[in-house]
Design a protein around this ligand. Structure first.
Ligand SMILES: Cc1cc2nc3c(=O)[nH]c(=O)nc-3n(C[C@H](O)[C@H](O)[C@H](O)COP(=O)(O)O)c2cc1C
Length: 196
């Protein structure tokens, strides 16, 4: 969907989204939109921080020639992994659903939605919960693909069932992928050892 965006249009959309959505609870925000890439009736929507879920989304997108939509928060998470974990934890504990940067312009046109996300705090990341709460998937086939760092999908399926109760759901692909935590700690340890 925004594989190769028109830069001007993209900037305009981002500016509008930034004005209307940043730091505003979704319910009170005006809807932003995003461009559709092709005429496929299949959408791949995904959230990814460190890239593993994005790789899977790309494979599905290219294999099935689908539209592609990246779920992004209006205010980006910190680049630092540990700060992100803290922020996500606070959002989870307080039930905060961060506003989206963009929404799918015409979700009704899709018959099937592949939804990809990493497990965060043994659940669905808050921003993906925002996506589910703000896009009607009624009567669509919802096919989740879930990545995790070794602890499994947690309550992801139960939350999906609650937030997309009117969709028909396919059994998800659940895949263990790299942990940014492990990479960060390994590199920090190595840096400490090589620096004198
Ligand atoms: C904020 C945060 C919380 C996470 N919580 C979990 C978790 O509860 N269980 C788990 O197995 N992995 C957890 N992970 C690891 C990711 O689920 C895993 O590395 C995933 O494959 C990353 O996908 P991505 O590269 O598409 O972002 C967490 C990662 C982050 C950044």
């Amino acid at each position: 969907m925004h594989d190769k965006p028109d830069p001007t249009r993209r900037m305009l959309l981002s500016a509008v989204a930034g004005l209307t959505l940043a730091n505003v609870p979704l319910a009170s925000a005006a809807p932003a939109t995003t461009a559709v890439r092709s005429n496929s009736r299949i959408l791949v929507a995904y959230f990814s921080r460190s890239g593993s879920t994005r790789v899977i989304a790309g494979v599905i997108h290219r294999q099935l020639k689908t539209d592609l939509f990246e779920i992004e928060p209006a205010s980006a998470y910190p680049t630092d992994y540990f700060q992100t974990v803290e922020q996500a934890k606070k959002q989870r504990e307080r039930g905060i659903r961060p506003a989206l940067k963009n929404s799918v312009a015409d979700i009704d046109r899709y018959q099937t939605v592949y939804l990809g996300f990493p497990v965060w705090g043994t659940s669905i990341p808050p921003v993906v919960q925002t996506f589910l709460a703000s896009h009607s998937l009624t009567d669509k086939l919802l096919i989740p693909f879930i990545t995790h760092g070794g602890y499994g999908p947690g309550d992801s399926e139960a939350v999906l069932a609650a937030l997309a109760s009117s969709a028909r759901r396919e059994k998800p692909l659940v895949m263990e992928c790299d942990q940014e935590r492990r990479t960060t700690e390994t590199v920090k340890g190595w840096l400490a050892a090589v620096r004198s």
